[in-house]
Design a protein around this ligand. Structure first.
Ligand code: F6P
Length: 389
């Protein structure tokens, strides 16, 4: 019988380190060639399987695969694409299994966030139902750091580092200008409904006087009067005010301060543009000159400043996923199982958790705790790392 292959796909918003996970999956499979012959990577995620548009990674040299560890973006293309339930779209699952059968794919490694874990789970159940059992493993990734069961997600650490350093650097700039010019700086960060990235802005300071002076979390309803009062106090006391605002900041009734007006394939509102809203609010009510920045894709693609711990973790979860599949499942005779929780526990657990509640109730303690969790030293810049390409 011909050897079993694996299918690997990236899904959802990419990160600065998702390709390190791809690198780990492919390299670990290559170390186990007697068990898994090849990794086919989906072009644009699961869509690559549905359209039979897959990249034969065996055609890539070891140095090309190794270079993935240092490359941001999603090397094979990612997708926001949700498979419906089998009762709603049986044909789509049949097509998937048809393609898996044609390429003798017994393992499905899906590298994504919450929705991707759902897809991996569905495929694991349905493949059995359709008589072609595939071992499905979800591999965690999201800058938002909001996957259940995980205590931190690959991708987050690098964004946290980028946001903390950018806040610190921009704050020095504003402070230089504050006497005669700019008094307020607003940095907008990602995270959707989770304030982890916003909280990371707090890593910039070591004392209560240090910037950022205000962090607007999505978990804490925005109160305009209290916010403006605090901005005024900060400018009076420190001459300037640095604000980190989460893209998901919202009012008590759940209405976002800003949204782009579009939705993705999962039905999620596209967020973005809160920084100018907040900055204008400050100018209109207090008259202070401001600058603002929307970190947007810069934060999640910033490989030049990626966290070394994050890179290691991203690699570790990919490696663990393959080992887990091989150890527990004995080739293609495996039962179906999603295991991102267990993978994370094995490869990724780093002590205390940092809950959204803590962020709201005790920001300073939470930030201190986060500092302990992450030891984000620089990785070599791309130019240095690319020696091996
Ligand atoms: O889910 C991760 C994330 O980076 C969010 O923080 C952000 O809101 C979203 O993706 C942006 O998604 P897209 O790139 O599809 O617009």
């Amino acid at each position: 019988m011909s050897k079993i292959n694996a299918f690997y796909a990236q899904s959802g918003g990419v990160t600065a380190v998702i390709n390190a996970t791809a690198c780990a999956v492919i390299e670990t499979v290559r170390k186990n060639r007697h068990r898994i012959a090849n990794v086919y990577a989906g072009h644009n995620g699961i869509i690559g399987a549905l359209t039979e548009n897959m990249i034969d990674t065996n055609k890539e040299s070891a140095s090309t695969i190794a270079a993935l560890r240092h490359t941001p973006g999603g090397a094979f293309g990612s997708a926001r694409y949700k498979l419906k339930g089998i009762e709603e779209n049986r044909a789509q699952y049949e097509r998937l299994i048809e393609v898996f059968k044609a390429h003798n794919i017994g393992y499905f490694f899906y590298n994504g966030g919450n929705d991707s874990m759902d897809t991996a789970h569905k495929v694991s159940l349905v493949s059995k139902h359709l008589g072609f059992p595939v071992t499905c493993l979800g591999i965690p990734k999201t800058v938002d750091n909001d996957l259940p069961v995980t205590d931190n997600c690959p991708g987050f650490g690098s964004v946290a580092k980028y946001v903390a350093i950018s806040t610190q650097e921009a704050a020095l700039d504003v402070l230089s200008m504050a006497e005669t010019s700019t008094k307020v700086f607003v940095l907008e960060v990602m995270g959707r409904h989770a304030g982890w990235i916003a909280a990371a802005g707090g890593l910039a300071g070591t004392t209560p006087e240090d910037p950022p002076h205000i962090i607007l979390f999505p978990e804490i309803p925005f109160k305009k009067a209290a916010f403006l009062k605090r901005v005024k106090e900060c400018v009076k006391k420190y001459q300037y005010c640095v604000i980190v605002v989460s893209e998901g900041a919202c009012y008590a009734n759940g209405k976002f301060l800003a949204e782009a007006g579009t939705r993705d394939a999962f039905g999620h509102t596209q967020l973005g543009g809160v920084a100018p809203v907040v900055a204008n609010m400050v100018r209109e009510n207090l008259g202070f000159k401001y600058h603002y920045a929307v970190a947007d894709y810069l934060q999640r693609s910033a490989r030049h400043i990626a966290s070394a711990v994050d890179v290691k973790q991203a690699y570790a979860v990919g490696e663990a996923a393959v080992k887990f599949a091989l150890a527990g499942k004995n080739g293609r005779h495996a039962d179906h199982q999603t295991c991102f929780g267990r993978t994370v526990s094995m490869a990724h657990r780093r002590g205390a958790t940092f809950t959204h509640r803590q962020q709201g109730e005790n920001g300073a303690a939470a930030i201190h705790q986060q500092r302990r969790i992450f030891d984000h030293r620089s990785v070599p810049p791309i130019s240095a790392a690319s020696d091996s390409r």
